[in-house]
Design a binder for this molecule. Sequence first.
Ligand SMILES: [Zn+2]
Ligand SMILES: [Zn+2]
Length: 260
Amino acid sequence: MQAMARLTRILATFAAVAIGAAAQIEIFIVYDNTAAEPGFIEDWGFSAVVSSGGSKILFDSGADPDVFMRNLRRLDIDPASITAAVISHHHADHRGGIFRFTLKNRSAPVYFLDSFPGEVFDLARAVAMRVQRVKAPQEIAPGIFTTGEIPGRIPEQALVVKSSSGMVILIGCGHPGVAKMVEAAARQHPSERIRLLLGGFHMMRWSEEQIQAEIERLKALGVEQVAPAHCTGERAKRLFRRAWGPGYLACGAGRRIVVR
Ligand SMILES: [Zn+2]
Ligand SMILES: [Zn+2]
């Protein structure tokens, strides 16, 4: 019986590898409004590094390049080891460190939305960044996708990373609406469970009723775990913690989250 269970587990791992999903995903929170570990600087902004299979993806780059680089170093992540970078939207608290990053890593492609303001592309050109302009959803590395541009007053792209137990969705600020962004990811990957939703949910000025309505939508979509960060706001964090219980994961700069 035990041998059978072991065989099933091995076969499941093979199946996951065959379809490009990594058996394990590691997420490092580089930049957040709060710090989770000693020696990390807290500052308004967001950045995370996702390690999956042979890929190491930088998602957003915080506000202050010095803080970004210092926290990255503290996590023992060499900028040169990053294989690709994705910037969720054009706000300065998400793209602040990307130009400094390019000075340390000129080979990694950087995925910007095609609709970013011209000045962002001017800065990128000045440091010879390998910019990829994103409109439509696409696979950027094995098992790792951008949702493409999700429309809104401030358009945004989310990052989808497939694990053997479902997908992880990373969101920068959630300006178009968090549930709307999760719906887009779910539409693009209909057979995937939504294992974890992580990032800034932008609900600082939302009423309890508004937050609760968004929670209902996310629950209906089947979001299994949440890790609200950055611009989510304290009230929303409290309500998410209450709604998800043990499925609530705390963020903060320096935090390492593993998805198996
Ligand atoms: Zn923003
Ligand atoms: Zn932000």
